[in-house]
Design a protein around this ligand. Structure first.
Ligand code: WTA
Length: 660
């Protein structure tokens, strides 16, 4: 995200005064039904987090109760220590045992429609799902998968994806799910990183009327690494694929004779539940680790409260299960809440641009969760697509993934929600496991563009690099000051990276890597990734803005701006500038630098004036043409270049820049 957008958002945010209190009917029935109820419970949850989380955990099944709610040794948290539970059990068995086996757990819909335009829909009850999960769990065991073995899953959005992850959870094999859009190289890197010996994939999936050749990519991945010993293949897209003898085996063959009884393995609360890779700024994938008990309780409770789930709801999250949103808010948090969760395989524009609205109308969706980028696309496609459908079943709308601009927020509320549904803007990360900043739909007055206030037990603040809270409406670093149950437990195989990335910027606090401000009502406004924002003397300076300021000078062809540690201002601004003509030397160079600094000060204000300008004839870029800012940051700080530079196109540039 660019910092130009950040500052735009800050401006529009400052001008934003529209406020929407919770709808009275929803508030009357809500789990948290008034601002006072939220304030009271929030206060309790902060003063006594252990008591609060123990209460939440008791809503779930434990094979063995915990001895201790929390063990905190910064940056290592252990939740529900000594307790034993199972994610798959809490998603499935518990509902069946409560006599709800015949209720729908997952509604799966495929993009494909028949000649009459009728889509393929499959309703899976808790009993159906339990039996399918148990069969596949037994099959995995027979194939040699043991507790603790990492199973890589590379599947489209088909029921077998939900089945495979729940089967892994059932037998205590952590899964590593790779989004179906990733390439052979990405599969290989991830398989190597977590030393996974098992892969579950499919012949292909469907996207916008075409099949996507998943097995072909998986084969490519398996050619690049020889770690995979067994590859289970789901037949789904009916594509002809080669099956390698001794390694590849059909899903339907392994489940046919498998028993549909497979007791869930009691897992220690802190046993690894899954690894999910995020790309991170160095390009090397980071395996984010989540464990069992804390993640389970947190995703359950956030699902219940953020979406205000009740019997009778039909819930649809449009994310892919390959992302954390799908892990937490299609499967693990939703199934224990006993509301049907829709899984849709395909694009939003097949066969027409109204496919999503058609799905909402047919299934009478009540709670809908999607991303701002999708909302902006729908706006572009026009209101007529929406108006073809009756969306009156909707009661709540959620968003996630990036800051939502007020225009999109208003459109979502008015056009999709008919002006009657609260918009729940959820801020969180793969690392946080679940919602952190989120409106409580029956209690929170919302404002377009703000993700409002913290979830229970979340001690979150906007601080400077010393960890002191910055004044109201001042941008700063978003940190979490106390552990929470679903927090990541580390980066797989890379302790240093865990500490470096999340725990070294502000002492004793988790830094999310996002910039934010808090307004006079206590609402938080996310301003994008910190990497794109420099906080100078408590002011947020967007790097993109300073770059545009420099480029608007006739002598400048290109510029890259980064922050570096500065004794007085916290951060200083360093600009690397490529000129249109030759680089002057000596006094001429100094004169030009002074002129450029003055020019920026005039264009953007004195606070944005670069402290250091380096004139150069080239910038370090990746092969795809992206400026490698982290190298520039190291150069500006005068420290040794850390990290991987294998993706750098021309390595000599770095040495040249260091000498300037
Ligand atoms: C951004 C997705 C503003 C943010 C769940 C965060 C958001 C990153 C929001 C995590 C939001 C996510 N408002 N920004 N509601 N939600 N982000 O790991 O920069 O894919 O740090 O997790 O997305 O992305 P991730």
């Amino acid at each position: 995200m660019s910092s130009t957008t950040n500052s735009d958002q800050m401006q529009s945010a400052l001008q934003e005064s529209r406020k929407f209190p919770p709808p009275a009917a929803l508030a009357a029935e809500a789990h948290v039904g008034s601002p006072e109820a939220y304030e009271k419970l929030y206060k309790e949850s902060i003063e006594d987090p252990e008591g609060f989380w123990a209460g939440a955990a008791k809503e779930m099944h434990w094979f063995k109760p915990w001895d201790k709610v929390l063990e905190w040794n910064c940056p290592d948290a252990k939740w529900f220590v000594g307790g034993q539970t199972n994610l798959s059990y809490n998603c499935l068995d518990r509902q069946v045992e409560a006599g709800l086996g015949d209720q729908t757990a997952i509604i799966w819909e495929s993009e494909a429609v028949d000649a009459k335009g009728k889509p393929t829909v499959l309703n899976l009850t808790y009993s159906d799902l339990l039996s399918k999960v148990s069969k596949f769990a037994n099959a995995l065991k027979k194939l040699g998968v043991k507790k603790g073995d990492v199973v890589t899953i590379y599947l489209p959005m088909i029921p077998e994806l939900a089945i495979a992850m729940l089967a892994c959870a059932r037998i205590g094999a952590p899964h590593s799910i790779i989004f179906g859009g990733f390439s052979a190289q990405a599969i290989c890197d991830r398989v190597n990183n977590c030393e996974s010996r098992f892969l579950v994939t499919a012949d292909g999936g469907w996207r916008r009327g075409k099949s996507v050749p998943l097995k072909k990519n998986a084969d490519g991945g398996m050619e690049l690494t020889d770690r995979i010993e067994t590859c289970v293949v789901v037949k789904h897209a009916q594509i002809d694929i080669p099956m390698k003898d001794g390694r590849d085996i059909w899903y339907h063959d392994v489940v046919t004779d498998a028993s549909d009884v497979c007791p869930a393995e009691p897992m220690d609360s802190e046993d690894l539940a899954f690894i999910l890779y995020t790309s991170g700024s160095t390009g090397k994938p980071k395996g984010i680790m989540h464990t069992t008990g804390g993640y389970m309780v947190y995703t359950y409770l956030t699902s219940k409260i953020s979406f205000d789930l009740h019997p009778g709801d039909v819930y649809w999250c449009t994310a892919d299960i390959g992302w954390i949103t799908g892990h937490s808010y299609i499967i693990y948090g939703i199934l224990p809440n006993r509301v049907p969760s829709i899984m849709y395989e395909g694009g939003p524009n097949h066969p027409g641009n109204d496919r999503f609205w058609d799905i909402i109308e047919r299934h009478k969706v009540t709670k809908f969760y999607t991303a701002p980028t999708a909302i902006r696309t729908f706006m572009k496609w026009g209101d007529a697509e929406v108006e073809k459908h009756d969306l009156s079943s909707l009661k709540l709308l959620g968003t996630v993934g990036e800051p939502i601009n007020p225009e999109a927020w208003m459109w979502y509320r008015e056009k999709i929600g008919g002006g009657r549904c609260p918009v729940v803007d959820t801020w969180w990360q793969t690392e946080t496991g679940g919602h952190m900043l989120v409106p409580k739909p029956g209690a929170t007055t919302t404002t377009p563009g703000s993700c409002t206030t913290p979830f229970f037990g979340i001690d979150i603040a906007v601080v400077n690099s010393d960890g002191e809270e910055v004044p109201t409406n001042t941008g700063g670093i978003l940190v979490i000051r106390k552990p929470w149950p679903a927090m990541l437990r580390g980066v797989f195989g890379d302790r240093e990276r865990y500490i470096d990335t999340y725990w070294s910027k502000v002492k004793g606090m988790y830094t999310a890597g996002d910039g934010a401000r808090k307004d006079e009502d206590g609402n938080f406004w996310i301003m994008g990734r910190i990497d794109d924002v420099i906080i100078v003397a408590g002011h947020n300076i967007g790097t993109m803005e300073v770059e545009s300021g420099l480029v608007s000078h006739p002598a400048v062809a290109e510029a890259a701006v980064v922050g570096y540690p500065h004794d007085i201002k916290g951060n200083g601004i360093a600009a690397f500038v490529i000129l249109r003509g030759d680089i002057p030397v000596g006094e001429e160079a100094e004169k030009l630098k002074a002129e450029l600094a003055k020019h920026v000060a005039k264009e953007l204000g004195p606070i944005s004036k670069p402290d250091v300008i380096k004139l150069t004839d080239a910038l370090p870029k990746t092969r795809s043409g992206k400026i490698m800012r982290r190298l520039l940051r190291d150069i500006a700080a005068g420290v040794e270049i850390k990290g991987d530079i294998t993706t750098l196109e021309d390595k000599s540039i770095v040495e040249k820049l260091q000498k300037r």
